[in-house]
Design a protein around this ligand. Sequence first.
Ligand code: AHR
Length: 491
Amino acid sequence: MLRASFTLDPAFSIGQLDRRLFGSFVEHLGRCVYSGIYEPGHPRADARGFRTDVLELTRELGVTTVRYPGGNFVSGYRWEDGVGPRRPTRLDPAWRSIETNAFGLGEFAAWAREAGVEPMMAVNLGTRGVQEACDLLEYANHPGGTALSDLRIEHGDAEPYGIRMWCLGNEMDGPWQTGHKSAAEYGSLAQQTAHAMRMIDPNLELVLCGSSNHEMPTFAAWESTVLEAAYDEVDYISLHAYYREEDGDPATFLAAGSAMEDFIQDVVATCDHVRAKRKARKRIMLSFDEWNVWYAGPGNDTWEQAPRILENVYNLTDAVAVGSMLIGLLRQSDRVRAASLAQLVNVIAPIFTEPGGPAWRQTIFHPFAQAARYGRGEVLRVEPVSPVSETKGYGEAALLHATAVRDDERTTVFAVNRSLTEPMELRIDVRGIEATRVVGHEVLADADRFATNTREHPDRVRPYAVTGAAIDGGRLTAVLPPLSWNVLHLS
Ligand code: AHR
């Protein structure tokens, strides 16, 4: 039996977490929109074509924000194609797909209202620029009395959409991006776009594109240059990261949540370096607006509409890794104020659908839903004493990854045991938080670490309650099964 421990004390608080940490992402990519959230004619579709089974699962998942419409897609997108009665069919160069534009901004705003999520919009800074971003903002948010706001009203939406958070492009450092730019070019365009958007509405929250991932050769230099250009105009910088198990090396994969924390700290250091140089008072916050497990799949060469691409089927190991990533985001939530699990449906997603058929929960749905449900209040600093394992990717990594949140009602501990084979006895000193009782211990684990949820067996992997965890003399003891995600509720 492995042994690990930590202390919970309200004096060591990271601060109130922002519920925007539990966001997701809907891109016009594969079947995320078409036959994902939107499928007119489906037996469960409502009058607008929204799949109500997917809406129900989205609410159950507890998603707070949804980023839209891309992703790489946005860098060639004309938003005007997706509003009003005329919907031209276009080529989408990003995913070599056909885009019918049957679903656009108005549909997304209506869907977001139904789902109870805050919409987060990206503007195209690949093939377009300042004017188109301002036009989109006027159409979306201005109450009326101008050409574009009246057009929205004419299209049936009398009320403005009130979108607060806007991404200034997507992954503009990536050579694959339509309209890819150098850091200097992008920094200047983002600054001008942000400035003009703020002239329309100074209260917007604007997200500058950081690097596409930690491994980009321009990482950190990119952040530094674009922040120098746009520091005063933006509130957040974006981070994107995808992880996967490779080369029979689960230990490196399972340490992804810690790698994510290192990535976050590198971006924080770069933001604060620019802050110091500028003698600025403002601190830039982080929007981790794409993260997940992603196994490369076949590309799309046939210019299909809504092709089956990036339809990863996740197993138990992936779910534990996702749980650890959620723990990483919570542990760094003093600076990470928004995050989006990429994506929501079918495309590297927690929800899976069949056209005309059912929708079900992938394994990764469960840790996300539990973190979103119980992730409220303040995050407590947790410094585990843990056994370590050697990983090829990151050297020594702790086998316990954990965090804790606390509100007026309860304290909740989220913990992952990364060992594939050994159970772990976890001891927590809870005298500081005066907890006396374990109200529940839920576990996601499985004898088969490759177990998946499928159409035939949609609930093969799901959380279950275990007994045995208890508090005695101010010390909690619980056993975490091998390779498991755990939620402990204390009162
Ligand atoms: O989420 C899938 C893709 O990953 C997005 O379109 C892009 O931003 C990233 O590279």
